[in-house]
Write a new protein. Structure first.
Length: 201
């Protein structure tokens, strides 16, 4: 275990890892961001930080946005095609689930954009909720891609600040501040939007 932590704390280890990651071209960072949309435990902020460290702020942002957008579109399409009918049969027998489904159906593009733009919104569950609803696919994918564009731009800045924090501690303070603000805004957005006829779902 001591050797494991020693390896993780070795700057040469991370330098070599990023060098190999960079040599794989755009496929690896796009795939990594894609997987975040289908595997809930993967942290997008960490993925963007790795992509930025390996490919720079511009390409790291671009690869992350392409991968995350494709991942959300693929997850939404999968849920819509294969799970929607089964979930609907269950929802019809449970009023609470049905109210939640009706809320999703009535959500406008602006509300979806606000929820999706928050870095700590669980996008996997957003893809699922809208995938098994009657929400228009084109409207959903357009809103998600637009939200991820701005959200990943913010995360790329945070990732760049994290890389620079190794040289200047002030960037570490800035990174932590941005993360805390993002968490607070994410919780606020979810609370204010998860309201159906004045009642919480």
């Amino acid at each position: 275990m001591r050797e494991f932590w020693h390896t993780l704390s070795d700057l040469n280890f991370w330098t070599e890892l990023l060098s190999q990651f960079r040599s794989w071209g755009p496929f690896a960072p796009i795939l990594l961001a894609f997987m975040e949309s289908v595997i809930p435990v993967l942290p997008l902020i960490g993925i963007v930080a790795v992509n930025v460290a390996a490919h720079g702020a511009v390409l790291g942002f671009l690869y992350s946005w392409i991968g995350a957008s494709l991942g959300s579109a693929a997850a939404f399409t999968f849920f819509r095609r294969f799970l929607k009918n089964g979930v609907n049969r269950i929802a019809y027998r449970h009023p609470r689930i049905m109210r939640a489904r009706n809320w999703v159906d009535r959500t406008d593009a602006r509300a979806l954009f606000i929820v999706a733009i928050m870095p700590f919104t669980p996008i996997y569950f957003v893809n699922f909720a809208f995938g098994v609803s009657d929400y228009p696919p084109k409207k959903y994918i357009t809103s998600i891609c637009a939200a991820k564009f701005f959200m990943i731009m913010i995360l790329a800045f945070i990732g760049k600040s994290a890389v620079l924090s190794f040289k200047n501690p002030l960037f570490l303070l800035l990174t932590v501040t941005l993360i805390v603000v993002s968490i607070i805004l994410s919780k606020w957005a979810v609370r204010t939007r998860m309201d159906i006829n004045g009642k919480r779902v």
